[in-house]
Design a protein around this ligand. Structure first.
Ligand code: ATP
Ligand code: AH0
Length: 399
């Protein structure tokens, strides 16, 4: 038996594993790194978040990714080089964290790497009858493993597609294992570039769990402010949105994407919700000359309404707590609109469940890696609900 297989086998048999979860989302703000102590697997999983940080990307990183990000026509040489480069960069960032946390690679069983999504195209979006669902995450894990010396599990979404689903949201697998509670109905709401939710009923019935993307979280607001003020990454504190007034005609035009009428589970991305989409909506609603603050106020409301409508449509506010996470929770206007639009629901962040909201998605990938090496059947999985019972992730060894 090769030594790395022996080591992996020993990790899988341990009562407790240390796994570093890595998430680099669609906002391209930085790499979320979560150091997790995980014991057990499946419904017996216990996880302690020991450390977490977000290492902000430099402009150079963002520019290299944006050159291809959610674009249909790209330079293939650039994609090829970027794939290896991101793997190396993420590896260096992990090493930086280990030094800061006074740990060595020997202290870590696994890295769980989401990689960088550069294109997501479920069939509902591309609508080309020749193809099925597709998604592409880059940042090759062999580079991460060799750079860090740590076995790396990566590329979680392909198996989900191979098994008939859309490759996302994968949050449901970890949400169910970590956050289900008989004490209350829960909605795990993540507001990243794209917003998604997982419904966890207090009756714990696995067949009733569901999860879906629900629309733009921050992605349109981010893209718009960057277009107006190229040096700015996002509308901090909703500063610009607060100065504007919602345009009802523009809001109505933005809400017409067939995505909103489609049944859950469904997925989307900046391939749909982008500046072209906004421009088209402005043309349709004759609001091309709207002031920037009014556009931003409308985009903020659009994100809030997308979340409110999805929750109102799917879930009754019966003893239900919404546990929010993702960068959108730092947007006070967005959060106020959610509270106003969802009376009867209680609001908290995942911090109340011991997981820092900025680290939640990285934690979920650590859980998926744990399931990959030590888990089994996914308890709620059912092809009919869109959540196949599969292990996800590919294993890269350092030697
Ligand atoms: N102080 C703040 N004020 C307003 N918005 C904020 C603030 N802090 C973060 N955000 C928003 O959160 C975004 C980052 O969110 P997050 O890191 O959850 O996204 P992501 O993980 O890249 O997304 P996804 O999970 O959809 O891929 C920023 O781009 C910004 O829009
Ligand atoms: C293709 C892709 O990277 N999708 C992300 C993105 O960010 C949020 C939303 O869109 C979600 O579908 C997904 O990430 C989370 C972690 C998920 O799979 O649950």
């Amino acid at each position: 038996m090769h030594n790395h297989i022996k080591k992996l086998y020993q990790s899988a048999a341990k009562t407790e594993r240390r796994i570093i979860g890595l998430m680099s989302g669609t906002s391209l703000d930085g790499l979320d790194v979560a150091l997790c102590r995980v014991s057990g697997a499946g419904l017996q999983t216990k996880l302690v978040l020991e450390q977490h940080t977000t290492l902000n990307y430099q402009d150079d990183y963002r520019e290299r990714v944006r050159a291809v990000f959610s674009k249909r026509d790209v330079d293939l040489q650039h994609v090829t080089l970027l794939n290896a480069w991101i793997g190396q960069q993420h590896g260096e960032m992990v090493k930086q964290c280990l030094a800061q946390w006074q740990l060595t690679p020997l202290d870590i069983d696994l890295i769980a790497s989401h990689g960088q999504t550069i294109f997501h195209c479920p069939k509902r979006q591309h609508q080309d009858p020749r193809w099925g669902n597709g998604t592409l995450q880059i940042g090759d894990a062999d580079h991460l493993a060799v750079t860090t010396g740590i076995t790396t599990v990566s590329d979680f979404r392909q198996k989900h597609i191979a098994a008939g689903a859309e490759g996302a949201p994968l949050a449901v697998y970890g949400d169910y294992l970590l956050f289900s509670s008989a004490a209350e109905n829960r909605i795990m709401l993540n507001i990243g570039g794209i917003a998604n939710l997982t419904w966890l009923p207090a009756n714990l019935r696995a067949t009733e769990v569901f999860s879906s993307d629900i629309g733009p979280g921050n992605t349109l607001m981010d893209a718009y402010i960057r277009q107006q003020q190229p040096s700015v990454q996002y509308d901090e504190g909703a500063h610009l949105a607060y100065q504007g007034k919602v345009s009802e005609p523009l809001l109505y035009a933005l809400q017409q994407a067939p995505f909103f009428a489609a049944a859950m589970p469904k997925t989307t991305g900046p391939e749909l919700f982008n500046l072209g989409y906004l421009h088209q909506a402005q043309q349709q609603s004759h609001t091309i000359n709207l002031a920037a603050a009014d556009v931003m106020a409308t985009l903020n409301r659009f994100s809030a309404d997308s979340i409110i409508n999805a929750i109102r449509h799917a879930i009754l506010p019966n003893n239900c707590v919404i546990y929010a996470s993702g960068g959108g929770i730092h947007n006070p206007l967005l959060m106020q609109q959610l509270a106003d639009g969802l009376p009867g629901f209680r609001f908290a962040t995942t911090a109340a469940l011991t997981i820092h909201p900025d680290a939640k998605e990285a934690v979920l990938f650590a859980l998926l890696a744990n399931e990959c090496i030590a888990g089994g059947e996914q308890p709620f999985a059912d092809a009919a609900t869109g959540f196949p019972s599969i292990s996800m992730g590919k294993i890269s060894f350092a030697d």
